[in-house]
Design a protein around this ligand. Sequence first.
Ligand code: SF4
Ligand code: SF4
Length: 384
Amino acid sequence: MENLSDYKEIVDLIKANGGEAFKLCYQCGLCDTVCPWNRVRPFSMRKIIREATFGMTDIESDEMWRCTTCGNCPSQCPRGVKIIESGVSLRRIATEYGVFPTSVNPVRSISASLVGEGNPLNEERKNRANWAEGLSVKAFTEEMDVLFFPCCYISYDPRLKKVARATVRILNHAGVDFGILGTKENCCGESIRKTGDEELFKRLAKENIKTFIDHGVKRILVSSPHCYHTFKNEYSEFMVHFEVIHISQFLIELVRDGKLKISGSYGKKVTYHDPCYLGRHHGIYDEPRDLLRQVTELDLIEMPDSFKDSLCCGGGGGRIWMETPKEERFSNLRVRQAVDTGAETLVTACPYCISNYEESRLSLEGEDTLEIKDIAEILQEVIP
Ligand code: SF4
Ligand code: SF4
């Protein structure tokens, strides 16, 4: 016979790790109907919650690692269950015990890279600012207007470095007084926190905060909605406040103030994908679209599942580092949706989305029918 006190102990452990809100759930199942996983395979957050409520969580299973923290179900839950935070509480327990299913194993080496080099890509810290070579980007000083904080992917990934370089060209063209911290930056820590590694998140965050304070940083311009989220919502847990601006907000402001003149045209059909951490998590839907509407001859068309119903790319919640079989990738569905609208360009504003869509683009018949761009790359093409 099972020992009931074991279950009680697990319930207490889940509560202690932040899963208290599970008990509000009344098992309506709405979360499962809106979850993108159910478009590619069966998955039940409702079941995970039920098991956790009774202390019957299997910490060795893949299931609790599936949630991409896309934000779709918590925004619809009639009981206000903090589904993302509660799901992370289970991952914290697994992380504490060092139990990872095979698909999650890559997170171990990601953590080691974050500890050793401050980035998840196993790249050397000393190369963090190499993306800026030849662009005369200045080191940030206190007198400057804004710190540009490109995330790890944009700093190191060969495809995404183009986004950092495009951003710098636009900022220079508009005469923005900005600098970078280069090798002094760490990963923001957002995604590793979602895998349950609270200790590593705190370490990365504290080091970044110290660097920001030491350099007199007050405003931070970010390309990644994940940096945006954690600087804005999570670094405040350390009793600090920085003004955080996403590049889409910053650029439309420059255009409206007459500081950034758009002169060229972009004669293509374009569709915009709302990244979860920009749209659903922060309500930033209009700025990227307003920016695209400023471009002459750019024909902006909407996909199904847009704005608050945006289809997740699959990269949030640390899933960018986990293994997902090809037939289970949401990003494959999304690039298909983009092609079906007749769009020639799928534009977005998040490095994880771009990575996933670039890979899914290869699964399309005639991969050249669709190009994937960051919003800064489009803007770069239409300024003198
Ligand atoms: S939508 Fe909310 S109340 Fe309904 S099953 Fe999901 S977590 Fe529980
Ligand atoms: S947050 Fe998104 S991925 Fe996670 S369970 Fe809810 S709908 Fe599914």
